[in-house]
Design a binder for this molecule. Structure first.
Ligand code: CMP
Length: 131
């Protein structure tokens, strides 16, 4: 998962990470880094060319993001995404990260892999030594 630049700027990384730790997921890798356009084009390959893509890259590369790997039982990715809430904070219920802490569609605090395959692919991009 990624705590996006808005989460780091707002000082919410501790709050977000604490939710996953309290849930019982284990933090196995973390790095605070500024993501460049090339790395983001690999990460967001399915979104390249979409109307929001340029804004997304501008936002995601404007200041450091915290990339993380969380470990847990089968389908941990699904647990993480449930806790994040929907991409659109307007329909993210209270109790979720975006429902509790966010108001914007692009600046939506967190990214979570959407399948085990995506998790493996994204870990390979951000933590090549771990895959
Ligand atoms: P994320 O889970 O990181 O995956 C793609 C990101 O693009 C998404 O979270 C949002 O930050 C952003 N995004 C997705 N859909 C839209 C949209 N319709 N308008 C603006 N930003 C979007």
């Amino acid at each position: 998962m990624i705590c996006k630049p808005d989460a780091v700027e707002r000082g919410l990384v501790g709050e977000i990470l604490s939710r996953f730790e309290q849930k019982g997921l284990k933090l196995v890798a973390a790095e605070l880094r500024v993501l460049d356009a090339e790395t983001l084009s690999r990460h967001y390959e399915e979104h390249v060319g979409k109307p929001f893509y340029d804004d997304l890259v501008g936002f995601m590369s404007r200041s450091p993001a915290m990339t993380l790997v969380l470990e847990g039982p089968d389908d941990t990715y699904a647990m993480v995404r449930t806790m994040m809430g929907a991409t659109n904070p307007a329909v993210s219920p209270p109790g979720t990260i975006r429902g509790d802490l966010g108001t914007e569609m692009t600046e939506n605090l967190v990214h979570g892999s959407d399948s085990n395959e995506s998790a493996e692919r994204e870990i390979g991009i951000f933590f090549p030594g771990l895959a």
